[in-house]
Ligand binder design. Sequence first.
Ligand code: BES
Ligand code: MN
Ligand code: MN
Length: 456
Amino acid sequence: MQTIKEYIESNQERFLEELFALLRFPSISADPAYKKDVEKTADFIAEKLKEAGADKVEVCPTAGNPIVYGEKIISNDLPTVLVYGHYDVQPADPLELWDTPPFEPTVRDGKIYARGAADDKGQFYMHVKAFEYMMRNDALACNIKFMIEGEEEVGSANLGTFVKANTERLQNDVIVISDTSMISMEQPSLETGLRGLSYVEVEVTGPNRDLHSGVYGGAVANPATILAKLIASLHDENNHIAIPGFYDDVIELSDEEKDALNKAPFDIEEYKDDLGIADVWGEKGYSSIERTGTRPTLEVNGIWGGYIGEGAKTVLPSKAFAKISMRLVPNQNSERITNLFKEHFEKIAPSCVTVKVKPHHGGEPVVTPTDSVAYKAAEKALEDAFNKKPIPTRGGGSIPIVALFEKELGVKTVLLGFGLDSDNLHSPNEKYGIENYLKGIETIPAFFRYFAELSK
Ligand code: BES
Ligand code: MN
Ligand code: MN
Protein backbone atom coordinates (compact mmCIF):
# COMPACT_ATOMS: atom_id res chain seq x y z
CA MET A 1 0.00 0.00 0.00
CA GLN A 2 1.36 3.37 -1.01
CA THR A 3 0.23 6.73 0.25
CA ILE A 4 -1.20 9.04 -2.36
CA LYS A 5 1.94 11.18 -2.18
CA GLU A 6 4.18 8.18 -2.86
CA TYR A 7 1.88 7.05 -5.64
CA ILE A 8 1.98 10.47 -7.27
CA GLU A 9 5.74 10.57 -7.02
CA SER A 10 6.23 7.24 -8.71
CA ASN A 11 3.59 7.87 -11.40
CA GLN A 12 3.95 11.59 -12.04
CA GLU A 13 5.43 11.25 -15.56
CA ARG A 14 2.68 8.92 -16.67
CA PHE A 15 -0.03 11.12 -15.11
CA LEU A 16 1.27 14.02 -17.17
CA GLU A 17 1.69 12.00 -20.38
CA GLU A 18 -1.88 10.74 -20.16
CA LEU A 19 -3.21 14.25 -19.64
CA PHE A 20 -1.18 15.46 -22.62
CA ALA A 21 -2.70 12.71 -24.76
CA LEU A 22 -6.16 13.84 -23.67
CA LEU A 23 -5.30 17.47 -24.43
CA ARG A 24 -4.17 16.60 -27.96
CA PHE A 25 -7.77 15.85 -29.01
CA PRO A 26 -9.34 19.03 -30.39
CA SER A 27 -12.72 18.27 -28.79
CA ILE A 28 -14.35 21.59 -29.68
CA SER A 29 -18.10 21.26 -29.15
CA ALA A 30 -19.09 24.54 -30.80
CA ASP A 31 -17.87 23.48 -34.24
CA PRO A 32 -19.42 20.42 -35.95
CA ALA A 33 -16.19 19.97 -37.95
CA TYR A 34 -14.68 18.40 -34.79
CA LYS A 35 -17.41 15.79 -34.29
CA LYS A 36 -15.01 12.89 -34.98
CA ASP A 37 -12.41 14.27 -32.57
CA VAL A 38 -15.09 14.66 -29.92
CA GLU A 39 -16.05 11.00 -30.33
CA LYS A 40 -12.42 9.89 -30.14
CA THR A 41 -12.00 11.87 -26.94
CA ALA A 42 -14.99 10.11 -25.37
CA ASP A 43 -13.53 6.71 -26.36
CA PHE A 44 -10.17 7.65 -24.87
CA ILE A 45 -11.75 8.59 -21.55
CA ALA A 46 -13.81 5.40 -21.47
CA GLU A 47 -10.62 3.42 -22.02
CA LYS A 48 -8.85 5.26 -19.18
CA LEU A 49 -11.77 4.73 -16.81
CA LYS A 50 -11.65 0.99 -17.55
CA GLU A 51 -7.89 0.87 -17.03
CA ALA A 52 -8.31 2.63 -13.70
CA GLY A 53 -10.80 -0.01 -12.59
CA ALA A 54 -14.27 1.32 -13.34
CA ASP A 55 -17.14 -1.05 -14.13
CA LYS A 56 -20.04 -0.60 -16.57
CA VAL A 57 -18.05 1.90 -18.58
CA GLU A 58 -20.13 3.16 -21.46
CA VAL A 59 -19.93 5.85 -24.10
CA CYS A 60 -23.57 6.88 -24.10
CA PRO A 61 -24.82 8.45 -27.30
CA THR A 62 -27.07 11.52 -27.07
CA ALA A 63 -28.67 13.70 -29.73
CA GLY A 64 -25.39 15.63 -29.54
CA ASN A 65 -22.01 14.58 -28.17
CA PRO A 66 -21.68 11.36 -26.16
CA ILE A 67 -21.54 11.18 -22.37
CA VAL A 68 -18.95 8.89 -20.79
CA TYR A 69 -20.22 6.91 -17.83
CA GLY A 70 -18.45 4.53 -15.47
CA GLU A 71 -18.85 3.41 -11.87
CA LYS A 72 -17.42 1.37 -9.04
CA ILE A 73 -19.95 0.24 -6.51
CA ILE A 74 -18.29 -1.42 -3.55
CA SER A 75 -21.03 -1.52 -0.96
CA ASN A 76 -24.62 -0.45 -0.50
CA ASP A 77 -23.68 0.71 2.97
CA LEU A 78 -21.30 3.34 1.68
CA PRO A 79 -22.20 6.76 0.32
CA THR A 80 -21.95 7.38 -3.41
CA VAL A 81 -20.07 10.24 -5.00
CA LEU A 82 -20.89 11.30 -8.55
CA VAL A 83 -18.02 13.00 -10.35
CA TYR A 84 -19.14 15.30 -13.14
CA GLY A 85 -16.82 16.92 -15.66
CA HIS A 86 -16.70 17.91 -19.31
CA TYR A 87 -14.27 16.84 -22.01
CA ASP A 88 -15.38 19.38 -24.59
CA VAL A 89 -13.45 22.62 -24.94
CA GLN A 90 -13.98 26.12 -26.24
CA PRO A 91 -12.77 26.99 -29.74
CA ALA A 92 -9.09 27.95 -29.72
CA ASP A 93 -9.22 31.06 -31.86
CA PRO A 94 -7.73 33.58 -32.28
CA LEU A 95 -5.01 31.05 -33.08
CA GLU A 96 -2.34 33.63 -33.84
CA LEU A 97 -2.38 34.78 -30.20
CA TRP A 98 -1.20 31.41 -28.87
CA ASP A 99 2.51 31.15 -28.09
CA THR A 100 2.39 27.39 -28.76
CA PRO A 101 -0.34 25.47 -30.64
CA PRO A 102 -3.50 24.92 -28.54
CA PHE A 103 -3.65 21.18 -29.12
CA GLU A 104 0.04 20.48 -28.62
CA PRO A 105 0.37 20.66 -24.83
CA THR A 106 3.61 22.38 -23.87
CA VAL A 107 5.12 22.88 -20.44
CA ARG A 108 6.58 26.28 -19.66
CA ASP A 109 7.43 27.49 -16.21
CA GLY A 110 5.69 24.55 -14.54
CA LYS A 111 2.43 25.16 -16.40
CA ILE A 112 0.74 23.06 -19.04
CA TYR A 113 -0.34 25.24 -21.95
CA ALA A 114 -3.21 23.84 -24.03
CA ARG A 115 -6.88 24.46 -24.74
CA GLY A 116 -8.80 22.57 -22.07
CA ALA A 117 -5.79 22.32 -19.72
CA ALA A 118 -7.77 23.83 -16.84
CA ASP A 119 -11.27 23.84 -18.36
CA ASP A 120 -11.92 21.04 -17.84
CA LYS A 121 -9.68 18.16 -19.01
CA GLY A 122 -6.87 18.76 -16.53
CA GLN A 123 -9.41 19.03 -13.73
CA PHE A 124 -11.70 16.07 -14.36
CA TYR A 125 -8.73 13.86 -15.19
CA MET A 126 -7.41 14.38 -11.64
CA HIS A 127 -10.43 12.37 -10.52
CA VAL A 128 -9.62 9.53 -12.90
CA LYS A 129 -6.07 9.34 -11.53
CA ALA A 130 -7.15 9.68 -7.91
CA PHE A 131 -9.64 6.87 -8.56
CA GLU A 132 -6.85 4.75 -10.05
CA TYR A 133 -4.83 5.27 -6.87
CA MET A 134 -7.76 4.35 -4.63
CA MET A 135 -8.48 1.20 -6.66
CA ARG A 136 -4.89 -0.03 -6.71
CA ASN A 137 -4.30 0.67 -3.04
CA ASP A 138 -7.52 -0.61 -1.65
CA ALA A 139 -8.39 2.91 -0.54
CA LEU A 140 -11.74 3.59 -2.22
CA ALA A 141 -13.90 4.74 0.68
CA CYS A 142 -17.14 5.49 -1.21
CA ASN A 143 -18.97 4.21 -4.23
CA ILE A 144 -18.12 6.32 -7.23
CA LYS A 145 -19.86 7.23 -10.46
CA PHE A 146 -18.33 9.20 -13.31
CA MET A 147 -20.31 11.23 -15.76
CA ILE A 148 -18.15 13.18 -18.18
CA GLU A 149 -20.04 15.10 -20.84
CA GLY A 150 -19.12 16.68 -24.15
CA GLU A 151 -21.42 19.68 -24.46
CA GLU A 152 -20.85 21.84 -21.39
CA GLU A 153 -19.29 24.67 -23.37
CA VAL A 154 -22.34 24.89 -25.61
CA GLY A 155 -25.00 24.78 -22.91
CA SER A 156 -25.37 21.03 -22.10
CA ALA A 157 -28.48 20.84 -24.28
CA ASN A 158 -28.69 17.03 -24.18
CA LEU A 159 -27.52 16.37 -20.66
CA GLY A 160 -30.92 17.17 -19.15
CA THR A 161 -32.55 14.42 -21.21
CA PHE A 162 -29.83 11.98 -20.19
CA VAL A 163 -30.15 12.83 -16.49
CA LYS A 164 -33.96 12.51 -16.59
CA ALA A 165 -33.74 9.15 -18.37
CA ASN A 166 -31.09 7.81 -15.96
CA THR A 167 -32.11 9.05 -12.52
CA GLU A 168 -31.78 5.53 -11.10
CA ARG A 169 -28.31 4.89 -12.47
CA LEU A 170 -27.13 8.36 -11.43
CA GLN A 171 -28.41 8.13 -7.82
CA ASN A 172 -25.81 9.55 -5.46
CA ASP A 173 -25.21 11.36 -2.18
CA VAL A 174 -23.15 14.22 -3.52
CA ILE A 175 -21.92 15.54 -6.82
CA VAL A 176 -18.32 16.65 -6.99
CA ILE A 177 -17.17 18.95 -9.77
CA SER A 178 -13.66 20.18 -10.36
CA ASP A 179 -14.34 22.90 -12.91
CA THR A 180 -13.91 26.12 -10.95
CA SER A 181 -11.07 28.22 -9.57
CA MET A 182 -9.50 28.73 -6.19
CA ILE A 183 -7.86 31.90 -4.93
CA SER A 184 -4.22 30.77 -5.10
CA MET A 185 -1.89 27.94 -4.17
CA GLU A 186 -1.25 29.79 -0.90
CA GLN A 187 -4.94 30.31 -0.15
CA PRO A 188 -7.19 27.41 -1.14
CA SER A 189 -10.88 28.17 -1.48
CA LEU A 190 -14.15 26.49 -2.37
CA GLU A 191 -16.64 28.17 -4.66
CA THR A 192 -20.07 28.13 -3.07
CA GLY A 193 -22.03 29.75 -5.83
CA LEU A 194 -22.26 29.88 -9.59
CA ARG A 195 -24.07 32.47 -11.62
CA GLY A 196 -26.84 31.67 -14.07
CA LEU A 197 -26.81 32.73 -17.67
CA SER A 198 -29.14 34.23 -20.20
CA TYR A 199 -27.67 34.52 -23.69
CA VAL A 200 -29.18 36.30 -26.69
CA GLU A 201 -28.18 37.34 -30.16
CA VAL A 202 -29.55 40.58 -31.56
CA GLU A 203 -29.90 41.59 -35.18
CA VAL A 204 -30.54 45.19 -36.22
CA THR A 205 -31.71 45.77 -39.78
CA GLY A 206 -31.78 49.12 -41.55
CA PRO A 207 -32.14 49.41 -45.34
CA ASN A 208 -32.90 46.28 -47.35
CA ARG A 209 -29.35 46.20 -48.83
CA ASP A 210 -25.88 47.60 -48.19
CA LEU A 211 -25.71 51.18 -49.46
CA HIS A 212 -23.07 53.62 -50.72
CA SER A 213 -22.29 55.57 -47.56
CA GLY A 214 -21.87 58.82 -49.50
CA VAL A 215 -25.01 58.56 -51.55
CA TYR A 216 -27.26 57.49 -48.64
CA GLY A 217 -25.25 58.13 -45.44
CA GLY A 218 -26.78 60.76 -43.18
CA ALA A 219 -30.23 60.24 -44.63
CA VAL A 220 -30.76 56.59 -43.70
CA ALA A 221 -30.15 55.07 -40.25
CA ASN A 222 -26.94 53.06 -39.99
CA PRO A 223 -27.78 49.84 -38.09
CA ALA A 224 -24.25 49.66 -36.66
CA THR A 225 -24.62 53.15 -35.13
CA ILE A 226 -28.08 52.33 -33.81
CA LEU A 227 -26.88 49.03 -32.35
CA ALA A 228 -24.00 50.81 -30.60
CA LYS A 229 -26.47 53.31 -29.09
CA LEU A 230 -28.88 50.59 -28.01
CA ILE A 231 -26.10 48.62 -26.37
CA ALA A 232 -24.69 51.70 -24.65
CA SER A 233 -28.13 52.41 -23.16
CA LEU A 234 -28.24 49.01 -21.44
CA HIS A 235 -26.12 50.39 -18.56
CA ASP A 236 -26.93 53.66 -16.80
CA GLU A 237 -24.40 56.20 -15.51
CA ASN A 238 -23.82 54.05 -12.39
CA ASN A 239 -23.31 50.94 -14.52
CA HIS A 240 -26.57 49.48 -13.30
CA ILE A 241 -28.35 47.45 -15.94
CA ALA A 242 -31.13 49.64 -17.33
CA ILE A 243 -33.64 46.94 -18.26
CA PRO A 244 -36.87 47.51 -16.31
CA GLY A 245 -37.49 44.71 -13.82
CA PHE A 246 -33.99 43.25 -14.25
CA TYR A 247 -33.15 43.43 -10.53
CA ASP A 248 -36.63 42.56 -9.22
CA ASP A 249 -35.70 39.08 -8.00
CA VAL A 250 -32.15 39.82 -6.88
CA ILE A 251 -31.55 39.23 -3.19
CA GLU A 252 -29.17 41.74 -1.60
CA LEU A 253 -26.49 40.15 0.54
CA SER A 254 -26.48 41.00 4.22
CA ASP A 255 -23.60 43.14 5.49
CA GLU A 256 -22.17 40.07 7.24
CA GLU A 257 -22.23 38.06 4.02
CA LYS A 258 -20.57 40.92 2.15
CA ASP A 259 -17.90 41.29 4.81
CA ALA A 260 -17.16 37.57 4.69
CA LEU A 261 -16.74 37.64 0.91
CA ASN A 262 -14.57 40.74 0.98
CA LYS A 263 -12.22 39.08 3.45
CA ALA A 264 -10.85 36.97 0.61
CA PRO A 265 -7.39 38.19 -0.34
CA PHE A 266 -7.71 40.42 -3.40
CA ASP A 267 -5.07 42.88 -4.55
CA ILE A 268 -6.65 45.37 -6.90
CA GLU A 269 -3.30 46.71 -8.12
CA GLU A 270 -2.14 43.21 -9.01
CA TYR A 271 -5.49 42.58 -10.71
CA LYS A 272 -5.18 45.71 -12.87
CA ASP A 273 -1.55 44.96 -13.63
CA ASP A 274 -2.28 41.42 -14.71
CA LEU A 275 -5.00 42.60 -17.09
CA GLY A 276 -3.14 45.66 -18.37
CA ILE A 277 -5.90 48.08 -17.39
CA ALA A 278 -5.51 51.45 -15.70
CA ASP A 279 -8.76 51.12 -13.81
CA VAL A 280 -11.50 48.64 -13.00
CA TRP A 281 -15.12 49.20 -13.95
CA GLY A 282 -18.49 48.11 -12.64
CA GLU A 283 -21.67 48.71 -10.79
CA LYS A 284 -21.46 51.59 -8.35
CA GLY A 285 -21.54 50.63 -4.70
CA TYR A 286 -19.98 47.18 -5.05
CA SER A 287 -16.44 45.84 -4.76
CA SER A 288 -14.85 43.86 -7.60
CA ILE A 289 -15.41 40.62 -5.68
CA GLU A 290 -19.08 41.48 -5.16
CA ARG A 291 -19.48 42.52 -8.78
CA THR A 292 -18.38 39.16 -10.20
CA GLY A 293 -19.63 36.90 -7.45
CA THR A 294 -22.90 38.34 -6.25
CA ARG A 295 -24.28 40.79 -8.80
CA PRO A 296 -25.90 40.18 -12.16
CA THR A 297 -24.01 41.60 -15.13
CA LEU A 298 -24.47 42.16 -18.85
CA GLU A 299 -21.71 41.70 -21.40
CA VAL A 300 -21.34 42.08 -25.14
CA ASN A 301 -19.50 38.95 -26.25
CA GLY A 302 -19.20 39.93 -29.88
CA ILE A 303 -20.38 42.70 -32.19
CA TRP A 304 -20.17 42.85 -35.96
CA GLY A 305 -21.62 44.23 -39.15
CA GLY A 306 -20.53 46.06 -42.29
CA TYR A 307 -17.07 45.92 -43.78
CA ILE A 308 -14.26 44.51 -41.65
CA GLY A 309 -11.85 43.37 -44.39
CA GLU A 310 -8.56 44.93 -45.53
CA GLY A 311 -8.43 48.63 -46.34
CA ALA A 312 -11.46 50.90 -46.48
CA LYS A 313 -14.80 50.27 -48.12
CA THR A 314 -17.37 53.04 -47.96
CA VAL A 315 -20.58 51.30 -47.10
CA LEU A 316 -23.66 51.77 -44.99
CA PRO A 317 -24.43 48.21 -43.89
CA SER A 318 -27.88 46.76 -44.05
CA LYS A 319 -27.43 44.82 -40.80
CA ALA A 320 -25.49 44.80 -37.53
CA PHE A 321 -25.33 42.06 -34.90
CA ALA A 322 -24.27 41.40 -31.32
CA LYS A 323 -24.11 38.48 -28.95
CA ILE A 324 -25.07 39.53 -25.44
CA SER A 325 -24.97 37.53 -22.24
CA MET A 326 -26.33 38.26 -18.81
CA ARG A 327 -24.95 36.54 -15.70
CA LEU A 328 -27.62 35.91 -13.12
CA VAL A 329 -27.58 35.53 -9.37
CA PRO A 330 -29.70 33.39 -7.03
CA ASN A 331 -33.44 33.81 -7.35
CA GLN A 332 -33.22 35.26 -10.87
CA ASN A 333 -34.60 33.07 -13.62
CA SER A 334 -32.97 32.84 -17.03
CA GLU A 335 -36.18 32.57 -19.02
CA ARG A 336 -37.69 35.57 -17.29
CA ILE A 337 -34.55 37.64 -17.85
CA THR A 338 -34.36 36.64 -21.52
CA ASN A 339 -37.97 37.76 -21.97
CA LEU A 340 -37.34 41.04 -20.16
CA PHE A 341 -34.35 41.70 -22.39
CA LYS A 342 -36.29 40.92 -25.55
CA GLU A 343 -39.23 43.13 -24.62
CA HIS A 344 -36.96 45.99 -23.63
CA PHE A 345 -34.68 45.78 -26.65
CA GLU A 346 -37.60 45.68 -29.07
CA LYS A 347 -39.22 48.59 -27.30
CA ILE A 348 -36.21 50.91 -27.34
CA ALA A 349 -35.37 50.32 -31.00
CA PRO A 350 -36.19 53.44 -33.07
CA SER A 351 -38.62 53.06 -35.98
CA CYS A 352 -35.85 53.59 -38.56
CA VAL A 353 -34.62 50.01 -37.94
CA THR A 354 -36.10 46.63 -37.05
CA VAL A 355 -34.60 44.41 -34.38
CA LYS A 356 -34.73 40.68 -33.76
CA VAL A 357 -33.71 39.06 -30.49
CA LYS A 358 -32.87 35.38 -30.68
CA PRO A 359 -32.43 33.53 -27.38
CA HIS A 360 -29.54 31.06 -27.05
CA HIS A 361 -28.98 28.69 -24.14
CA GLY A 362 -29.56 29.68 -20.56
CA GLY A 363 -28.86 28.32 -17.12
CA GLU A 364 -29.93 28.88 -13.55
CA PRO A 365 -27.77 30.22 -10.72
CA VAL A 366 -26.96 28.14 -7.63
CA VAL A 367 -25.53 28.48 -4.17
CA THR A 368 -24.04 25.38 -2.60
CA PRO A 369 -24.30 24.75 1.15
CA THR A 370 -21.32 25.26 3.45
CA ASP A 371 -22.80 23.29 6.35
CA SER A 372 -23.07 19.94 4.56
CA VAL A 373 -21.04 16.82 5.25
CA ALA A 374 -19.61 17.02 1.74
CA TYR A 375 -18.50 20.62 2.16
CA LYS A 376 -16.83 19.77 5.44
CA ALA A 377 -15.09 16.80 3.86
CA ALA A 378 -13.81 19.01 1.05
CA GLU A 379 -12.67 21.60 3.57
CA LYS A 380 -10.71 19.01 5.55
CA ALA A 381 -9.18 17.43 2.46
CA LEU A 382 -7.99 20.81 1.18
CA GLU A 383 -6.66 21.77 4.58
CA ASP A 384 -4.59 18.56 4.67
CA ALA A 385 -3.16 19.14 1.20
CA PHE A 386 -2.51 22.88 1.45
CA ASN A 387 -1.89 23.23 5.20
CA LYS A 388 -4.42 26.01 5.24
CA LYS A 389 -8.16 26.07 5.74
CA PRO A 390 -9.97 26.92 2.50
CA ILE A 391 -12.33 29.88 2.45
CA PRO A 392 -15.69 29.99 0.68
CA THR A 393 -15.99 32.26 -2.38
CA ARG A 394 -18.63 33.03 -4.99
CA GLY A 395 -17.54 32.33 -8.53
CA GLY A 396 -18.54 34.46 -11.47
CA GLY A 397 -18.80 31.64 -13.99
CA SER A 398 -21.67 29.29 -14.75
CA ILE A 399 -22.15 25.53 -14.81
CA PRO A 400 -25.84 25.37 -15.65
CA ILE A 401 -26.10 21.66 -15.02
CA VAL A 402 -25.59 22.10 -11.27
CA ALA A 403 -29.06 23.58 -10.82
CA LEU A 404 -30.50 20.83 -12.98
CA PHE A 405 -28.81 18.10 -10.91
CA GLU A 406 -30.34 19.58 -7.81
CA LYS A 407 -33.77 19.61 -9.37
CA GLU A 408 -33.69 16.17 -11.01
CA LEU A 409 -31.61 14.18 -8.54
CA GLY A 410 -32.28 16.17 -5.39
CA VAL A 411 -28.59 16.34 -4.47
CA LYS A 412 -26.20 19.16 -3.79
CA THR A 413 -22.84 19.79 -5.36
CA VAL A 414 -19.37 20.49 -4.03
CA LEU A 415 -17.26 22.67 -6.30
CA LEU A 416 -13.81 21.27 -5.66
CA GLY A 417 -11.94 23.36 -8.22
CA PHE A 418 -8.15 23.65 -8.49
CA GLY A 419 -7.83 26.17 -11.32
CA LEU A 420 -6.84 29.80 -11.01
CA ASP A 421 -8.67 32.78 -12.48
CA SER A 422 -5.44 33.60 -14.30
CA ASP A 423 -5.45 30.26 -16.19
CA ASN A 424 -6.76 32.00 -19.33
CA LEU A 425 -9.95 29.98 -19.62
CA HIS A 426 -11.67 30.46 -23.00
CA SER A 427 -8.74 32.65 -23.99
CA PRO A 428 -5.44 32.13 -25.88
CA ASN A 429 -2.67 30.42 -23.88
CA GLU A 430 -4.98 28.57 -21.52
CA LYS A 431 -2.86 26.87 -18.88
CA TYR A 432 -2.98 24.66 -15.81
CA GLY A 433 -0.22 24.37 -13.24
CA ILE A 434 1.39 20.95 -12.90
CA GLU A 435 1.34 21.66 -9.20
CA ASN A 436 -2.42 22.30 -9.31
CA TYR A 437 -2.95 19.05 -11.19
CA LEU A 438 -0.91 17.00 -8.71
CA LYS A 439 -2.36 18.76 -5.64
CA GLY A 440 -5.80 17.97 -6.96
CA ILE A 441 -4.94 14.29 -7.32
CA GLU A 442 -3.58 14.38 -3.78
CA THR A 443 -6.68 16.06 -2.32
CA ILE A 444 -9.38 13.88 -3.89
CA PRO A 445 -8.75 10.59 -2.03
CA ALA A 446 -8.81 12.52 1.26
CA PHE A 447 -12.17 13.98 0.26
CA PHE A 448 -13.55 10.48 -0.30
CA ARG A 449 -12.17 9.28 3.02
CA TYR A 450 -13.58 12.20 5.00
CA PHE A 451 -16.89 12.04 3.18
CA ALA A 452 -17.31 8.37 4.11
CA GLU A 453 -16.22 9.04 7.68
CA LEU A 454 -18.43 12.07 8.26
CA SER A 455 -21.42 10.36 6.59
CA LYS A 456 -21.47 7.61 9.19
N1 BES B 1 -15.65 25.88 -16.05
C1 BES B 1 -16.43 26.94 -16.58
C2 BES B 1 -17.20 27.72 -15.53
C3 BES B 1 -16.37 28.39 -14.47
C4 BES B 1 -15.11 28.89 -14.71
C5 BES B 1 -16.89 28.52 -13.22
C6 BES B 1 -14.38 29.50 -13.70
C7 BES B 1 -16.20 29.14 -12.24
C8 BES B 1 -14.92 29.62 -12.46
C9 BES B 1 -17.39 26.36 -17.61
O1 BES B 1 -16.76 25.47 -18.48
C10 BES B 1 -17.91 27.48 -18.46
O2 BES B 1 -17.13 28.08 -19.16
N2 BES B 1 -19.23 27.73 -18.44
C11 BES B 1 -19.81 28.69 -19.29
C12 BES B 1 -21.29 28.51 -19.36
C13 BES B 1 -21.76 27.64 -20.50
C14 BES B 1 -23.27 27.62 -20.53
C15 BES B 1 -21.21 28.03 -21.82
C16 BES B 1 -19.56 30.08 -18.78
O3 BES B 1 -19.45 30.30 -17.57
O4 BES B 1 -19.48 30.97 -19.63
MN1 MN C 1 -15.60 24.14 -17.47
MN1 MN D 1 -15.61 26.74 -19.95
